[in-house]
Write a protein that binds this ligand. Sequence first.
Ligand SMILES: [Zn+2]
Length: 460
Amino acid sequence: MSDEARLGAYLDAAETRQLAALAEFVAFASISSSPAAQPAIARCADWIQQQARAAGFDEVTAFPTSGNPVVLATLASPDPDAPTILMYGHYDVQPADPAEWQTDPFSPEIRDGRIYGRGVSDNKAPIMINLNAVRACRELYGSVPCNLVYVIEGDEERTAEPLGEFSRDHADLLAADVLHVADSWMHEPGVPAVTIGVRGMAALDFSVSTARWNLHSGIYGGAVPNAVSVLAELLAGLHDANGRVAVAGFYDPVAEAADEERARWAAFAPEPAAYLAETGSRYLAGETPYTPLEQIWARPTLEINGAWGGFRGEGIHTIVPASAHAKITCRLVADQDPQQVIDQIAEHLRLHTPVGAELVIESTLAGCAPLSMPADSPAVRAAAAALEAVWERPAVVGRAGYSVPAAEVMARHAAGNAFLMGFALAGERAHGPDEHFHLENFRKGIEATVGFWRGYAAAS
Ligand SMILES: [Zn+2]
C-alpha cells in the first residue's frame, strides 16, 4: 500500500474520533474579549494541552501572560538534520450573538458536509488539522519528519500584546527555520494557496489649526485661513497624478516584484470587472502601471480613512473653520519600516503645512512590519507540492494585502521566513453568524500537512 493510501485508510478509521474532538473544541466559548468567558478560556487552554499530548507532542506547557495562557507544544524529530517549523494558531474566538445564528454557536452541528460553530473556521479546525497530522504521523510512521514548535495563543481576536510578551520572554524556545501560520484561507473553493507575503501597517492621526475659534464668514471670510481647505490641500498632496504616494522616501525600501513572479500572478489575477462586482466600487483607482492584484499584493498604500472639520449639522452655518482632522493608515511592503513611514509622513505634512498654521500629530501606531519570503524556498516548494498532490491542481503561491500582526511577532524567530497555509474559505463567515468549516478541507488539510512535513524534511 502506498503511503498516501495508508494515510487515507487511517483517516477513514479516525474520522469519527477526529470530528468528535473538533466538536468538543468548538463547544468552549473561548471569547477572549469577554471577561465572563474567562472560565471557558481556562478550560479550553487545558483541553488543548491534553489534545497536544494525546497527539504525541513531547512537551506541552501553558505559559501565563498578561492575557490568556499561551500553549506551547514541542516535538523533536528523530532525524538530527530535520528542519524546525514554528507553527502558530489561536484558540480564542470572536463573540457570537445566538439570535443571529441558525443553531447555537457553541453547540456545533454537522450538516451538508460542513461543521457549524463559532471559531471553527477561525481558527479551531485548522488547529485540529495540525494536531491530527501529528498524531497520524506518530501512529503511521512512528515519528514526525520535522521538529515542531507549536504556539497556540488565546488573545488573537483581542490584542497582539500577550503574544508579544511571550515571544520576547521565551525567544530561546521558539527558534525555527520557518514559520507556518495556519490562520489563513484557501485561494477559493477547490484551489489551495500558499501565501508568502502579507503587508505591514502604520497609522497616524493629525489635525491642523488655523485660528483659535471658528470665525464669522461674513465679517472675516476672505481674510483668514480656512482649516478645512488647508486640510484638503494637505490630503490631496499625499498622492500624485499617477496614484503614487508623494511622500519623500516612501518607496525607497520597496523592491519591485520579480518579473517571473508578476507573470505567475497574472495567470490567476481576477478581471477588473470582478473587482468592481466584488467591491461595489464604481471604478478602479490606484498606482499606475500596476494591475489591481499587484497593487494589493506588492505595492504599499497610503489611505485616508477619515477627515472632518467645520460645520456638519443640518442647514447652513456661515463659519470659517478653525481646525480640521484626518486619520491615515498605510499598508506596507518589502523592507518598509512602520515607524520610518510614520516619520516620513509627519515630515511631509510639516513641510506642506502653510506657515502660521499649526500641525499636530495626534497619535501614531507602528502596527507591524510587512513579511515576505521567496517562492523558491524549500518550505514553500514543499507546501505547494503537498497541496497540489492532495487537491490535484496547482496551489496559488501568492501574497495577500492584509496584515497579520501575530505572524510578524512570530516570524522574527524564523529569520523572517514566514508563510501562511490554511484551509479555511473566505465564505465560511469567520467573525459572522453561522460560521462553518468544510469537512472536505479538514481531511485534505491533514493529508496536505503530513505531505508538507515529509516533503520539507526530504528537501532539507
Ligand atoms: Zn484567526
